[in-house]
Design a protein around this ligand. Structure first.
Ligand code: HEC
Ligand code: HEC
Length: 355
């Protein structure tokens, strides 16, 4: 009997089956090694991504009847007009006239009033002067006296510009006051127009955090104000392109911005540069935390021993004791401020009912 002839068909089938088997085994090895090497990445695909918390940016609704500065064409001719124009120039370019290299005298730290009173004190919620002519002279608890516009301007010279006071009858003081009065000339006596001063932020339920603030500062402020808050001077060195936020050339610890609520309100509606009250770029929490960071760093110190002669009138965010409410300096600096406010109200009620 003939042996069965060599069956090519069967051989091909066998070989195919074998190579498929080897292929599958190779694939399994590759998959096993791969899954070991890339295990972390693979787990990451399947687990849900870490939730990125986007801060909710609370906005102030657009206000239709905001205060607007008078038109420039309403500056009178003659001596009065000259004073107003000079005053405006002094507010916008203070340092050129009165800074360390000032051409009139050297009585201030190189900052301009306009660095904080934006657009020469005309910007809504940019710390403008709209309510000054209409509300001064007025009693202020910080000094415990009735204050004139001159006194208030000098407060900023001595604190915000860490400098010296101007004489009330100096040409410069007269000009600044003339300008401020002209700006507010259409505001009825006693009124505070919409958009005056700064926005008021709601208090947080926790202390403001310098640690969070530092991270945010690096993301949102450092490009202009610098790693050490040192700012950037212009070429001639007599004015800031980006003003300093702390250190020797910044405002001192008696300045308005040293209070967290003032700083937070200022940056909320104005910083980073380009932000406005209706299009802010920071959430309230971010503004408070950055304020805590910047105001926990070194800056010039002023003798404040004559401030707040009636200590019960100190604002909740005035950080220097003694206080009548029993809260620490620390809590008066960083908050939470609501419990302090409640306590102060309670004390005032008791005082009133004891009378
Ligand atoms: C470092 C920031 C800063 C600089 C610079 C500065 N100020 Fe001020 N100024 C403030 C703050 C903060 C307030 C208080 C705002 C508030 O409490 O609502 C204030 C308040 C005032 C007020 C009272 C406003 C009101 O409605 O009661 C006047 C007037 C004033 N500044 C004038 C000046 C003048 C003039 C200069 C320049 C010589 C100047 N300031 C420079 C921060 C500054
Ligand atoms: C793109 C540049 C830029 C960025 C970013 C920026 N600023 Fe400013 N900042 C300025 C300029 C310019 C001024 C002065 C405005 C003027 O003179 O008109 C200023 C003024 C200020 C002032 C008042 C003046 C002073 O030096 O005390 C404070 C406070 C301030 N910035 C805080 C901040 C904070 C906080 C951030 C981050 C949230 C920030 N800025 C981001 C450009 C910037």
């Amino acid at each position: 009997m003939n042996k069965e002839p060599f069956n090519t068909d069967r051989f091909v089938r066998l070989a195919t089956a074998l190579s498929v088997l080897i292929g599958i085994m190779l694939l399994m090895v590759v998959l096993m090694v791969g899954s070991l090497v890339f295990a972390p990445q693979i787990t990451a695909w399947f687990s849900s991504p870490a939730p990125v918390e986007k801060p909710v940016i609370q906005k102030t609704a657009v206000i239709a009847d905001l205060w607007k500065a008078p038109d420039e064409s309403s500056i009178p001719d003659g001596e009065d007009g000259e004073a107003i124009r000079y005053g405006r120039d002094l507010v916008a370019h203070t340092s050129e006239y009165l800074g360390p290299k000032g051409k009139v005298m050297s009585i201030s730290n190189g900052m301009n009033c306009q660095n904080c009173h934006l657009d020469a004190g005309t910007r809504p919620f940019g710390n403008n002067y709209s309510a000054v002519a209409s509300t001064y002279p007025k009693f202020r608890a910080r000094s415990g006296t009735e204050e004139s516009i001159e006194k208030r301007v000098n407060d900023c010279f001595e604190r915000s510009l860490n400098g010296k006071a101007l004489a009330d009858d100096s040409r410069e003081m007269k000009a600044i006051v003339a300008y401020i009065n002209w700006l507010g000339k259409e505001v009825p006596k006693g009124n505070t127009p919409k958009g005056a001063g700064l926005v008021e932020l709601a208090y947080l339920d926790r202390p403001a955090s310098p640690e969070n603030g530092m991270v945010l500062y690096e993301q949102k402020c450092i490009v202009c104000h610098g790693k050490s808050g040192e700012g950037i001077l212009n070429e001639s060195g007599n004015s800031w392109i980006y003003p300093p936020l702390w250190g020797e050339k910044s405002y001192n610890n008696g300045a308005g911005l040293y209070r967290l609520s003032r700083f937070a309100g200022y940056i909320k509606a104005n910083m980073p540069l380009g932000a406005t009250y209706s299009e802010p770029q920071l959430s309230d929490e971010e503004a408070w935390d950055i304020a805590a960071y910047v105001n926990s760093l070194h800056r010039p110190e002023k003798d404040l021993s004559n401030d707040w002669p009636d200590i019960s009138k100190k604002p909740v965010d005035h950080p220097f004791g003694p206080f009548t409410d029993g809260f620490s300096d620390e809590q008066h600096k960083f908050g939470p401020f609501k419990p302090i406010l409640e306590k102060q109200k309670e004390i005032r009620k008791q005082v009133a009912s004891a009378k």
